[in-house]
Design a protein around this ligand. Structure first.
Ligand SMILES: [Zn+2]
Length: 467
């Protein structure tokens, strides 16, 4: 890359670190909306500090009613490239060991603190890349704008507000994910299966089974309430032991007639990394010596549609994968069973090849065949795709390869990113492949070397796209 820029970036490492520290010192978690502070005081202060920095570095800034701010590298040039980052953060949470979450420290070559990698560090890396280009006097023919959001973590109402008044740029990248580059976000397909049945009061019986906190998270915990069953009975113990072993979950007696199943949560886009406590609980119930009721017969269909440990949709008949976006994922995440009603919600992330005929219609038929009714508020939500062979994507990967010396390639993910609703938006950085920076967790960090490399990649990309 440009030697002068490379040198400028090296010389500004200290300044960048101190800006990251200042910006991360603001606990910009969404709070109560106030007059002029749509997301509360923290996001307001953090957005305005980032804008002040941009102004100090000579960019033309604008504040969109404290929803979003912008910084233009040269407002005289035609608006072409947007870089989209955010200054709000998720709550600190528990378990920090290295530092106070809002007091960023440098330790072992890393910056530790909430926001260092999601997304204040990467946002400032992009701002410093713009500075490097500007201060080194590189001539551009197209305009670059940094869009500074304040509500990414809790609904992205920030950019909805911005794009209601401003057009989408010809190209947008967001350093709010990982390198090399995410050009595909899979489609989403979710729905509720439910069934009513007459109450059967013959004992022993199941009074309730509940699991799950959100449609998009594999349940970590399930609770089963029973009536008229001796939990010390050998047949119960056997069913418990078998389910624990087979599913890798912990099952305990949590009340006189109550069992609790503990598995491991995971995001619905990567269900294979979790252990589904709800499904394990259903399996357990079907193994207990309960009176054979219509309720129990309905429950026995669930592991047929959603076999434990199988997250590719094959139980619903919708297993599929394509080369660019990989395999469909599917997980059953919400469970509510009473003596007269059973209801479950599943979440599937679908590859580009999925459509109503090969996915929704097939799944709905399997659900009906198993005796359940079906409803879906959203139906199938299409995937987000920016072609991997577009000039925009190729040039970003070129810059990544030139600076890092590594091979660049497009990624497809099941989750959504900040650019989900932008026609020509991709996620580009700033976390390097293979590094878990504990975004959203305790001891979130960013390696200083990686932060500096990100600045270089962004500076190279700006020149590559806009010179
Ligand atoms: Zn983020």
């Amino acid at each position: 890359m440009n030697e002068q820029i490379d040198k400028w970036i090296s010389e500004h490492q200290k300044e960048l670190i101190s800006d990251v520290q200042a910006l991360c010192a603001i606990p910009s978690v969404q709070g109560k909306a106030e007059e002029g502070k749509p997301f509360g005081d923290g996001p307001y202060r953090s957005l305005n500090l980032a804008l002040e920095m941009a102004k100090k570095y000579g960019f033309a800034t604008r504040n969109y009613e404290n929803y979003v701010g912008t910084a233009d590298l040269d407002p005289a040039l035609p608006h072409t490239l947007d870089i989209l980052g955010h200054t709000d953060v998720v709550p600190a949470g528990e378990g920090w060991t290295v530092t106070d979450p809002f007091k960023v420290i440098v330790k072992d070559g890393r910056l530790y603190g909430r926001g260092t990698s999601d997304d204040k560090g990467p946002l400032l890396a992009a701002m410093y890349a713009m500075r490097a280009v500007k201060e080194c006097g590189v001539k551009l023919s197209k305009g670059v704008r940094l869009i500074i959001g304040a509500n990414e973590e809790t609904g992205s109402a920030d950019i909805a507000h911005y794009y209601a008044q401003e057009p989408e740029a010809e190209m947008t990248f967001s350093p709010d994910a990982e390198f090399p580059l995410i050009n595909i976000e899979k489609g989403q397909f979710r729905g509720t299966l439910y069934r009513d049945f007459p109450e059967d009061s013959n004992l022993p019986r199941l009074l309730s089974l509940d699991a799950g906190v959100a449609f998009n998270a594999v349940p970590q915990k399930a609770v089963i309430r029973l009536e008229g069953l001796d939990l010390q009975d050998a047949s119960v113990q056997k069913a418990v032991a078998q389910t624990e072993k087979e599913c890798g979950v912990d099952i305990s007696i949590s009340g006189e007639q109550e069992l609790t199943v503990i598995g491991e949560s995971a995001h619905a886009s990567t269900p294979e990394t979790g252990r589904n406590a709800g499904l394990a609980a259903v399996l357990l119930v079907t193994r207990l010596p309960l009176h054979d009721s219509e309720q129990i017969r309905a429950l026995k269909q669930i592991p047929v549609l959603f076999p434990y440990g199988v997250t590719d949709g094959s139980g619903l008949g919708i297993r599929m994968e394509d080369e660019e976006s990989h395999a469909l994922t599917c997980t059953l995440d919400l469970y509510h069973v009473t003596p007269t009603h059973a209801e479950f919600v599943f979440d599937s992330r679908t590859p580009v090849m999925a459509n109503k005929e090969n996915c929704e219609d097939v799944a709905v038929k399997a659900i009906h065949d198993a005796g359940f009714e079906w409803s879906s508020e959203t139906g199938m939500i299409p995937p987000h795709v920016v072609p991997g062979d577009s000039v925009f994507v190729r040039k970003l990967l070129e810059s990544y390869e030139r600076v890092t010396g590594k091979k660049g390639a497009c990624l497809a993910i099941g989750g959504g990113t900040y650019v989900h609703d932008l026609k020509n938006g991709v996620a580009f950085g700033a976390v390097f492949d293979g590094v878990d920076t504990r975004m959203h967790g305790a001891d979130e960090f960013f390696d200083i070397d990686n932060l500096m490399t990100a600045v270089r990649v962004f500076a190279d990309a700006i020149i590559n796209l806009c010179a």
